[in-house]
Design a protein around this ligand. Structure first.
Ligand SMILES: *Cc1c(COP(=O)(O)O)cnc(C)c1O
Length: 400
């Protein structure tokens, strides 16, 4: 069978699958154990589990909105290049998206742009920390605090990354982690919130008790997805789901339909198993990232992302910018079976369903557009071997 690498993913063990099977027929204390582990890891005691990361984001935003005394604070600032689900969650929470441009070299907010925003109608600023690389969070935290707005530290791709001695996801007022299929750890679906102030934590706890459980159809779908994921993630079998177009694997559609519900608790043994392996997984991802960095250093049209000083990324994927569009297209065409990805194909400001409905700070999203046109992510998951790295780097060197 042909070798076909997925762009991201974490293997699921048989032990985890059988733990899920055992959980289906009886209530399980496992979510509580998982929450304690996240609390221990982040140092934030108040942890909340939801159905997905986007559900967690929209639930958090609605709660922040209810807590806010000033009625006119309805805008949420997000980076011009981030996951589309962030924008969808803001709309789902009944709030407005405000795009602020990024810095192409770091993928973090352009500090001058962020500082020049008029914050009078802003409720919150959201970080991105894409691909496991921390944003300039100290600076973003300072800007948010000095303007009296909340900071949501979106660590959906950065569980385990640190900046200084702080975990990514613990900057600002609340942090978010995702347990979706392509994230640092997965249980197929799931979203995690950590809340740093007790007033917010209390409101989140109260709100969570009112949320419904996931619909039975979504639960059943999760089990089907779990089995498919466990069976087909391997490079020898990944071509099978990849050849079924309606699965849309590797695509990132913009979707405002968000089922806000509590976490699918029966899936938590997988999250617990993956969390116990996270350090090992991260070390392996960092090693692979380092190999790419060494091999690609001298290719003229390839740029690595600059890491913020004092940060320790986890490299969920290894992003590069290919500045020559012809080389980029050739490389993408030739590397389809090697787990390479265009990531998000457009900046948030150019998502067709959003274009009419969002504000773009200073009308500027050149950097976000440039990144969307240049970025390619290289796989770093545990199935990537030295031969794959060599093939990818060789294709990059020879594409023109
Ligand atoms: C994946 C992701 C989300 C949403 O998480 P889901 O669990 O997929 O809903 C939010 N923000 C970022 C940056 C993400 O990568």
């Amino acid at each position: 069978m042909p070798r076909f690498l997925p762009p991201a993913g974490n293997p699921i063990t048989l032990e985890e699958l059988s733990a899920v099977a055992r959980c289906i027929f009886r209530p399980t204390p496992a979510p509580a154990a998982f929450k304690r582990q996240i609390a221990a890891m982040t140092g934030v005691p108040d942890v909340f589990l939801l159905s997905t990361g986007r559900a967690a984001m929209s639930f958090l935003l609605r709660t922040l909105r209810q807590q806010c005394q000033e009625n006119n604070r309805t805008r949420v600032v997000i980076p011009s290049y981030t996951c589309y689900s962030v924008a969808a969650s803001i709309i789902a929470a009944g709030l407005e998206v405000m795009v602020c441009d990024i810095d192409t070299t770091t993928l973090s907010y352009d500090p001058a742009q962020l500082e020049s925003i008029d914050y009078t109608r802003v409720l919150a600023v959201v970080s991105a920390n894409l691909y496991g690389i921390p944003n300039d969070l100290n600076r973003i935290e300072y800007v948010a605090a000095s303007n009296g707005v909340c900071l949501i530290d979106d660590a959906a791709q950065s569980l385990g990354a640190t900046l200084g001695n702080r975990q990514v996801g613990t900057f600002g007022d609340a942090g978010l982690f995702s347990l979706d299929k392509g994230k640092n750890i997965t249980s197929i679906n799931g979203g995690v919130l950590v809340a740093k102030n007790s007033r917010l934590a209390e409101a989140l706890g109260e709100g969570l008790r009112k949320l419904p459980k996931l619909h039975i159809n979504t639960r059943l779908a999760n089990y089907v997805k779990l089995i498919a994921y466990a069976a087909f993630l391997h490079p020898r079998t990944y071509w099978i789901p990849k050849s079924i177009p309606f699965l849309g694997l590797g695509e990132t559609p913009y979707d405002e339909e968000i089922e806000e519900a509590t976490y699918h608790a029966q899936l938590s043994p997988i999250a617990i198993g993956q969390l116990s392996r996270l350090e090992m997984t991260d070390n392996s991802r960092r090693t692979i990232a380092k190999r790419y960095q060494e091999e690609l250093r001298d290719i003229p049209s390839v740029r690595s992302i600059e890491v913020i000083p004092d940060s320790n990324p986890v490299y969920l994927r290894y992003p590069i910018r290919i500045t020559d569009p012809t080389i980029r297209t050739t490389f993408l065409n030739r590397s389809q079976k090697l787990g390479t990805s265009v990531s998000y194909p457009a900046s948030v400001a150019t998502i067709p369903q959003l274009r009419e409905r969002i504000a773009v700070h200073n009308n500027k999203c050149d950097a976000g557009n440039a990144v969307a046109n240049q970025i390619v992510t290289l796989p770093t998951h545990t199935f990537v071997n030295e031969g794959d790295i060599a093939s990818i780097c060789n294709l990059l060197t020879t594409s023109r």
